[in-house]
Write a protein that binds this ligand. Sequence first.
Ligand code: SIN
Ligand code: FE
Length: 295
Amino acid sequence: MRETEVVEEFRGLDWAGPFDAAIRARAGDALESGKVLLFPDLPFRLLPGEEGFLSPALADQSRKNISFDPITGKVNACTLSGPEEQRLGAMLDRFGRQARSLLVGLMPGYARGLERARTSYRPIEIDHRPTSPRHDDRRLHVDAFPTRPMRGRRILRVFSNIAPDGTVRQWEVGENFPDFAEKFFPRLQRPWPGAAWALERLGLTKGRRSPYDFLMLGLHDRGKLDESYQRAAPRVKLGFPPGATWIVYTDQVLHAALAGRFALEQTFHLPNESMLHPERTPLRVLERLSGRALV
Ligand code: SIN
Ligand code: FE
């Protein structure tokens, strides 16, 4: 695989736009075809006094990410408190708002359906985090979360590397979603009857899992746990240096984060109807493989 198959690069842009029609068309098409949109020279700028937040000591020992909930305005899993914690929250909120402005500038059709979820701050070196294979994001995977049913909605993420010391965030990106899904689909187990209802009743999921969610979790787990796939699957190595920003549908793009620290990330959810090309989504790919509706 070659880098140009998985990355679409944009130079000289800012967070706010406006962007001309040729750039918007290139961005929307590349993003929805499962490419990473890369902005090598679009840094998230810290305000004076925020440099102090560039420390791994900010992260709670037990968790890998600090998160900010834009609805409640609360910062989670952080060792700061009081006004310092609030200032960190303001920084994360600013990142989320810039990320939204970039997305809406590039894909104006997303504005209506775009839902801002959590912002995360990942100050800790990936390499040093002990994890089980299922939780190991150094293995190629598509994102799917056990507690959060998406019911066909998309997971779109904006990342920025804010490392002060030149540390590059290293990723791998794998084959396209249809090829990946086709390989693993025959091996996915069907949930037992009543599973979605029971998980919801027991409080193990926020809302009810759809057949789509079971399949996506199956792809996530089967893919990560398949040692020979992890060893031999086609992939491209990508390095995101400090000052780079990148946008990716992590439910569609097979990705692995191998190394790096001090990244910001903003998650958005989008309904399938907001897509420029709804037929390319994981939902439609899995529905074609299943021969039935999945939500
Ligand atoms: C992931 O979504 O697998 C992790 C991405 C990152 O932290 O760079
Ligand atoms: Fe991931």
